[in-house]
Design a protein around this ligand. Sequence first.
Ligand code: FAD
Length: 450
Amino acid sequence: MDFDVVVIGGGVGGLAAALRSAQLGKEVALIEKDRVGGECINRACIPSKTLIDAVKILSKTKNSPWIDTNGKINYEKLNEYKGKIINSLRENFIKNLNKFNVKIINGIGKIKSSNEIQVNNETIVSDKMVIATGSSPISLPDFPLNDRNVLDPWSAMNLPELPQSIIIVGGGVAGVELATLFRALGKDITILELMPQLLPGFDKDIANETKKRLEEKGINIFLNAKSKVIENKDKVRFSVNLPTSSETIEGDLAVITIGRKANNDNLGLNNANVDVDQRGYIKVDNRAMTSNHKIYAVGDCAGIPLSATKAWRQGIVAGDNIGGKDNFMPKYIPISIFADLEIGLIGKTLDEAKKTGIEAREIKVDMSSIPRAWTVNEIEGFLKLVIDNDGKILGAHMIGEGATEIINTIALAMENNLTMKDIYRVTFSHPTLTEVLSEASQRYYYGEIY
Ligand SMILES: Cc1cc2nc3c(=O)[nH]c(=O)nc-3n(C[C@H](O)[C@H](O)[C@H](O)COP(=O)(O)OP(=O)(O)OC[C@H]3O[C@@H](n4cnc5c(N)ncnc54)[C@H](O)[C@@H]3O)c2cc1C
């Protein structure tokens, strides 16, 4: 046996599995065909949030007339900073892999059997395997990517200079975040979304509030828009069919964010009887184990939610189980959206709870009730909690300043089955944005106090 564990793919899912199993004493190899860190560190979460955080500082300054400044973003310098962060985080991971004696193999891994992997024309033998190959942007014939003016999100974020008018196809998480970023940089933005709702699949009130906010910032949003690239020479032109009209829309650049698919083709899954579902994602149980009990799968290649949040957790769960420590996926995985107004989501909406026959009600607290929201000059948004008859939180849907942080506190409560009574007993520091949760528990029992 060459190794106890071989991990294929060095994104956050693969890194978590490799580091955790190595920490538990296993001899581990990590095969990566490109750069350690995968999408999240190199091309997605970290670079996009670096850019979004920078433009948010600028937007905040502009919305604060008492700050006397003509702040402007130096995009070249910001991109340099982005590169620095990516490199630092990647190097930290490599340092930790070295600390735990994880062997990094640069190459494309292919499964030959339950315990054999081919890489760089060699076969390595391993007791356990973790598949962590991630996902890639979907490309469709209606939106042919061309490396020039019809681009995927990463290529667009990595342009040294952005053109003036940008059309974003897809109003999901990536589309909304990119629209926030590019608009704050002063670009003319249009979003084309096929579904009747921005942020399809998410809570309707959150989606509507986000749409309102983006439109107030000057972003054009077309819903129910069946679009297609009809020309991509100097300009990109789209035909857009709407429910009652058709239009032609033109921009300098189109960014396509219509979805992603698992990187499971040509991986040799059949050679080890690893089953996939009808969408091509590897089927796993709540220990991240596949249909072959020597093989685990984590992150995007193992299905929704496609998020680094889930990938990292699933990697830890796989690492624990491989290392002999029982561990299971949590019941709840929070989702954060770094839109113009932040969004944090977890668990069920009220409609979903009712559909499953659970009696539940909703408590809503507007952010304008929370003193800290005033001091940070961002009073829009709200927190909605879905609560069952025993006072247990079934879901939380928040839009507003701090939502991407506050959702973690709610995740802590939900994962530990805390009730509103438990939350009511806790003292929240003042003035903080998390007081919105405290106020929700107050309202649940006694009504509004703020
Ligand atoms: C623009 C954008 C912003 C995002 N922002 C967020 C965010 O803020 N928060 C969040 O939680 N999620 C975010 N995501 C999602 C997140 O990036 C992914 O869910 C996450 O990176 C998935 O991690 P992973 O380890 O499963 O796969 P990946 O990060 O895709 O890593 C897979 C790795 O496997 C390697 N690989 C593939 N096949 C092979 C092979 N055969 N042999 C060797 N190596 C191979 C690849 O090169 C890659 O490095 C964002 C996504 C996008 C597109």
